[in-house]
Write a protein of this length. Structure first.
Length: 58
């Protein structure tokens, strides 16, 4: 991830900042907490993130 990637959060999350944001590139997906944006990120290969979502979705 470069320092200039675009972070997005769900439009369903509201204004409370109780959610996560994603920054997606073809190779990686980064995840961070909106309550602590400077607290670090979890970065996964995009294929692994897609597999995670597939597992979590009913």
């Amino acid at each position: 991830m470069t320092p200039h990637h675009t972070w997005r959060k769900s439009s369903h999350s509201g204004a409370q900042n109780n959610c996560v944001e994603l920054a997606v590139t073809p190779a990686e997906t980064a995840i961070r907490d909106t309550k602590d944006r400077a607290g670090g990120t979890l970065t996964l290969p995009t294929t692994a993130f897609t597999a995670l979502l597939t597992t979590l979705r009913p």
